[in-house]
Design a protein around this ligand. Sequence first.
Ligand SMILES: [Zn+2]
Length: 208
Amino acid sequence: MTRNDPMPVADVAPPPRHVGRLILAPREAVACPDRDRIVGILSEAGFIADRIPDRECAYRVGAEFSALISFVGCAVAIASDPQAGDPFCHVVVPPASAHLRWCHGRNTRAPRCPGCRTRLSDWPLRVAQFEQSTRTHGWDRQDSSVVCPSCGESRPIWSWDWKQQGGFARLLIQVEEIFPGEAVPTEAFLDLLERESGCAWRYLYVQD
Ligand SMILES: [Zn+2]
């Protein structure tokens, strides 16, 4: 084969790129409300329906899903049936994690200092150090503090402003598959979660 030959065509098409997921998580990353309680809240609110067989911790969207999440822009057809392996809209509530989980994807960008808005350029290294230190010592505030190169303030890596492009959490509500910004939880839904779970919530998007 010479340099100019066309690439051989693979027998199997590559898997489609992950569109993205909407993640709801406590605003305080270290907060960890009871997972079963959260599932109960989501079920009572009609956000989720029954479990999807053979998929761990996955639920079909409930009757009130479209009232609790608003889709931005043109009308989006929500496929909610797991047929033929196509992407379909469903909700996953994984077990709570003992450690802070790093939620990130190809859309994750450098976080900003909440005090002076400076970007943390060496964030991949800082996150790697945090994860290493978590494995060795658990997630202790002193091990995880990062000093802002601009204003000198020190705060844990999970308290930097990751906007809606990443972050840390112990308990997540994941909505698959949602393109970043395509759908946002309504104020009423965030209020309901806060009222029933006892902690404020935020949301972000991750693309694998
Ligand atoms: Zn700063």
